[in-house]
Write a protein that binds this ligand. Structure first.
Ligand SMILES: Cc1ncc(COP(=O)(O)O)c(C=O)c1O
Length: 396
């Protein structure tokens, strides 16, 4: 059978007339950037997260980059982070000439293992070159570089384990950054994801829990950092600078008014959007329990609420994922391998000399993970169809 166009979309934004009207209202004003919509959107994100400050930016990547700048991470510095993530969480370190110190992850959730992070932080804070060496990439790194931060990622909508990460950060004087780009609405021991570190970042690409087209928001309680981030997103203009005065080297990471209006409208629907995603995840979990060879997503005890971003299953070792994905494609069911480990991306290998086998759990998850079509707009019939086709393809 020839490869069919998808009969179920991989993901889809959930938009109504409320969002359409909100964007149209902006287009009927002359204020398309830096107006009252971004202020309103930031206020809603601040209220939602419980953080004092929210800074709207043009993408999650831009937000993470500003966290790196605000944390004072620069050339030669080291940051402990995860190889099991979307590349942006590590790339932002490279933007500033810092190096990632990858540590392996929890096989159940794909999130950082706090014990390994503690061990790495302890060793990298020691003066012994031999003790430090074990954690460093093979090349492309300043071996005497200073450990500055931990950058954790809330993978697939489930928060990492922040209580022990916080203790490690405090013990070794490190900043803690939370990449919550996949986890808006998730909760860790009853606390909101995104608000669990010194700085947190949400992202709003169209496959996310809410969308602004492109966009992100940083949340923090740190006023000085928030002020610096506002300046850096706006071409380095400090408070009081005119349009052509630039106190700092900055960027254009502004979120425009149409995107902000869309985001604010989506935020008013967040409970409904999260519930719909939960319903689809529940249908999947029910159907998948009947399919041998397939492991549904697993939740940590510390996750008091998961905020479903993608729905990633793991295939039993020995199942040929590429063949399965191709067969599903033949039936019009799109799927994606998720994640391809960051340390094995070609530019990472070139720069740091990573090799297969360096982070076995990440690699194993990366080899067996398969994201199924997922959005809050999926019907029960669509979930049934995906699961039935998956079962048929596995039996072929
Ligand atoms: C874990 C993680 N970090 C960062 C990002 C980057 O967000 P954006 O695409 O908005 O730049 C994403 C986006 O998919 C992500 O999943």
């Amino acid at each position: 059978m020839p490869n069919q166009p998808p009969i179920v979309p991989m993901s889809s934004p959930d938009l109504t007339d409320l969002e359409r009207q909100a964007v149209m209202d902006v287009l009927n004003t002359p204020d398309l950037s830096m107006g009252k919509r971004i202020e309103a959107f930031e206020a809603s994100m601040s209220a939602f997260s419980g953080c004092r400050h929210a800074v709207g930016v043009s993408s999650g990547t831009a937000g993470l980059h500003l966290c790196v700048r605000a944390a004072g991470i620069g050339a030669g510095d080291l940051v402990i982070t995860t190889p099991f993530s979307f590349v942006a969480s590590a790339n932002v370190l490279l933007f500033e000439g810092a190096a990632p110190v990858f540590v392996d992850v929890d096989p159940r959730t794909g999130n950082l293992l706090p014990d390994l992070v503690e061990e790495a932080a302890r060793d990298l804070s020691s003066g012994s070159a031999i003790t430090r060496r074990r954690w460093l990439p093979r090349r492309g790194v300043d071996e005497t570089g200073k450990l500055k931060a931990i950058l954790a990622v809330d993978v697939f909508g489930q928060p990492a384990d922040y209580d022990p990460l916080r203790r490690t950060a405090d013990r070794y004087g490190l900043k803690l950054i939370e990449d919550s780009c996949e986890a808006l609405g998730a909760e860790y021991k009853g606390r909101k994801a995104g608000a669990l570190a010194d700085y947190g970042v949400y992202a709003f690409y169209p496959n996310k829990q809410i969308t602004t087209g492109e966009g992100g928001v940083i949340v923090t309680d740190n006023q000085a950092a928030a002020q610096m981030m506002r300046a850096l997103r706006n071409q380095g203009r400090a408070p009081g600078d005119t349009w052509l005065q630039h106190t700092y080297l900055g960027y254009n990471y502004r979120l425009d008014e149409m995107s902000a209006a869309l985001g604010a409208a989506q935020m008013t629907r967040l409970p409904e959007l999260l519930e719909k995603r939960q319903q689809v995840a529940d249908w999947y979990a029910e159907r998948l329990a009947e399919i041998p060879g397939v492991q549904p997503p697993q939740l940590a005890d510390t996750t008091s609420r998961v905020s479903w971003f993608v729905f990633v299953i793991h295939l039993r070792p020995g199942i040929d994922r590429a063949r399965l994905a191709a067969r599903l494609g033949d039936y019009g069911i799109p799927v994606r391998p998720y994640f391809l480990p960051i340390h094995l991306q070609p530019y990472m290998v070139d720069r740091f000399g990573f090799e297969p086998g360096d982070f076995p759990v990440t690699e194993d998850l990366g080899e067996r993970g398969l994201a199924l079509p997922f959005s809050g707009k999926m019907s029960q019939e669509q979930v049934d169809l995906v699961c039935k086709t998956l079962r048929d393809c596995l039996l072929e």
